[in-house]
Design a protein around this ligand. Sequence first.
Ligand code: SF4
Ligand code: SF4
Length: 187
Amino acid sequence: MMKMTPDGFWDYTRKWQKDFAGNRPVAWEKYWIENDFCKDCRFCCGPQDSDIPFPMPLLERQRREHLDRDFHLLDSLTPYLAAPGCKACGTEGCRLKLEEKPLACGFFPVVLANGGLYLYKNCPAVIFSPLIRFMELGLKVGEYLQTLDLDELRRLSLWLNCDTLSRSYIDLRISLFRDNAKEMALD
Ligand code: SF4
Ligand code: SF4
């Protein structure tokens, strides 16, 4: 009999099939993805099934006092998500203003990693939406990120190994920077 891995892609797919009837609106707003799945999901804010930290860097201009009240911190400007979930996640969802959140929160399930954009596979919005919708949203995220400095892009980019990328992400083939140059390129 076919076995599903614990906490793996198929386990989430089966869960989302029970929780969601199917397609819902997802759309680009000024600098975030408005996602109608999130209100009934909260998967990427609440307790996680992994203790491996998922960094969500803030930009220098987002530095403020008492960040530790809102986030678990890897360093003074880098919140992370791991097993306990995000401190800013309350019963009604995220209690932070948009400008206080890590930029990564507004883009998820589009993720900046290794200088390019990827799509996180386990998100129900990804599973139930046509891929072209998130490809277009990836372009919007890319256009927005190109307004940031190269140093800020470097700060925001995760560095993920090939195994993690192939297991958990879809490559959107949108490159934002390479070496010392910022350039949005599609391949
Ligand atoms: S996993 Fe996807 S649908 Fe769920 S809260 Fe995160 S972005 Fe929204
Ligand atoms: S800052 Fe808000 S949106 Fe981001 S992970 Fe925490 S609760 Fe979720």
